[in-house]
Design a protein. Structure first.
Lengths: 237, 282
């Protein structure tokens, strides 16, 4: 990249994801970038966006980004706090949630994710934390948004383990651009400013398809950056 | 239902080889009880927990566990659990059998246990690689023919949770993030609840739940007993400790020295907390 950026790759990712959340969207949010994106949306164009954290906090309105999905402020600001079995049974399986954010250690061209192991399951090279809520989020929400930094180690030809399916993955926002499923395969549809197609292809472990109508992301506005930076006071990423 | 010292409750109720669930979903994690299991040298435990984090990293690293039943094992917002990884990847200090589920599956298994049903049912576990490695079966809905997942109910020998308050008769109140606290107590053959405070009368808090004394086998006073997690209304999560744990736990010797100083050589939660403050002062 030759242009001098006044924002970071993480901020571009958060902005790109936030812009895709319509006002009133009910989102199942994880910690880190998804939380940043959903809170940005709620403080800009989508004030009625409903944030649900898997700890059972429905309609949380944190003033700073939580370090864990169960921080006390989420419960204090929530419209309702429900037990975890109810969260998964009534609210997720019950079909009440529009958008679910997921991340992972690996993704394939079908939007399937691995957050379980690197290597063989019984004798792993790296034991990752595991699926947590992901397997049912991937099947229980209307639209899955994936947020993941793009590299050949992460965007792989062959997953070591399938933790969750890709059927409902609608968009993958990366530090380089955006991928969307076209004819069943994740396709590069947008690049962030200053990123080339070649860079995106080099950061992908499979032969990356590029959309004919490839577009470019609008850089973050000053207003978006101001909100993002005010949210990051806790110092977590 | 007596109010017991925690060390007595652990020695009275937990046997080597038992299946034990210590729950608390980011909130009210019963660390003090985990420390007593470690001090008393419990072995061959099957440990159940949705989100094994620091307490389970300590139990596993100290050789208390034979098997782990879980759905997400990490240090939230920080990274890996190094003792869990060392046990799974290298068999240190002992091999650890895993029974892995999703959160939805674990939640359904607790709810089924509380309801005295043999299994929980959910729309889940579809298409991924986990089913051949865990205990899940496919059943057919007798009314619609839909294929659903069945997970065996959790029925721990002992369920242990932390809560904010008990009254002198042993009724327990929990508020804030409720996790699977109620399901754990009701699914378990016996249950131990550690509390921040014993009060004369419970004052009901909005969003709070009460577990009546007659479903709890022991209430133990353990103020600060959820540290480094938090107790809503009492103290905040010690985020710095979660970050610091990464370096403490990464190396076997550093971990063992830390456990000796702060857990094995302390008698209870008060001494443990005091030892951490001395550590910071030094």
């Amino acid at each position: 990249m030759s242009t001098t950026l006044t924002y970071t790759a993480d901020e571009m990712m958060a902005v790109e994801a936030a812009r895709r959340l319509d006002d009133g969207t009910v989102c199942f949010v994880g910690i880190g970038l998804p939380s940043l994106a959903a809170n940005l949306a709620r403080r800009t164009h989508a004030p009625r966006c409903v944030l649900i954290y898997e700890s059972g906090t429905i309609g949380a309105k944190p003033t700073e980004l939580p370090l864990s999905i169960g921080d006390g402020e989420l419960a204090e600001t929530a419209d309702s706090v429900v037990p975890v079995p109810e969260m998964f049974a009534y609210w997720l399986q019950g079909g009440r949630i529009d958008v679910g954010f997921l991340g992972a250690a690996q993704i394939d061209r079908f939007g399937r994710l691995n957050s379980t192991v690197i290597g063989d399951y019984d004798h792993p090279r790296v034991r990752l934390p595991g699926g947590g809520g992901a397997p049912e989020i991937a099947l229980g929400v209307r639209d899955v948004f994936v947020m993941l930094r793009q590299s050949p180690r992460t965007f792989v030809e062959q997953l070591d383990f399938v933790t969750s399916l890709g059927d409902r993955v609608r968009v993958v926002v990366t530090d380089l651009g955006m991928l969307e499923p076209r004819d069943g395969e994740l396709t590069l549809t947008r690049l962030h400013p200053g990123v080339t197609v070649e860079e995106a292809q080099e950061a992908t472990g499979w032969d990356l398809r590029v959309a004919d109508d490839l577009g470019e992301s609008e850089p973050p506005t000053d207003a978006e950056l101001a909100v993002l930076r005010s949210l990051r006071t806790k110092g977590s990423s | 239902m007596p109010i017991l010292p925690l060390s007595d409750a652990v020695s009275d109720f937990v046997r080597d080889g038992d299946t034990v669930a210590l729950e608390g979903f980011t909130h009210l994690i019963p660390h003090a009880a985990a420390h007593d299991l470690i001090r008393q040298g419990r072995r061959e435990l099957t440990l159940i927990r949705m989100t094994p984090d620091l307490a389970y990293d300590q139990l596993i690293g100290m050789g208390c566990a034979r098997k782990l039943v879980f759905s997400w094992g990490g240090n939230p917002g920080v990274g890996s659990l190094h003792r869990l990884r060392d046990a799974v990847e290298n068999g240190w200090p002992a091999p650890l059998e895993l029974e892995e589920h999703s959160h939805a599956g674990m939640a359904a298994a607790y709810a089924a246990g509380a309801a005295n049903l043999p299994f929980g049912v959910l729309r889940g576990y579809r298409g991924g690689d986990l089913p051949p490695h865990t205990r899940v079966a496919t059943i057919e809905c007798p009314f619609t023919g839909e294929k659903l997942a069945a997970v065996p109910a959790h029925r721990p020998d002992v369920g242990i949770v932390h809560a904010q308050q008990a009254d002198r008769r042993g009724n327990v109140q929990i508020w804030g993030i409720l996790g699977v606290q109620k399901e754990t107590v009701l699914a378990s053959r016996t249950s131990i609840v550690t509390v921040e405070e014993v009060v004369d009368e419970l004052e009901l808090v909005p969003g709070g739940i009460v577990l009546p004394s007659w479903v709890v086998d022991a209430v133990c006073l353990a103020p600060g007993g959820a540290h480094p997690s938090y107790a809503h209304g009492y103290y905040d999560r010690d985020n710095d400790f979660y970050v610091a744990w990464d370096a403490i736990s990464r190396d076997r010797e550093t971990f063992l020295a830390w456990m000796k100083r702060h857990v094995l050589e302390t008698a209870d939660v008060a001494e443990y907390r005091a030892s951490l403050e001395e550590h910071v002062a030094a």
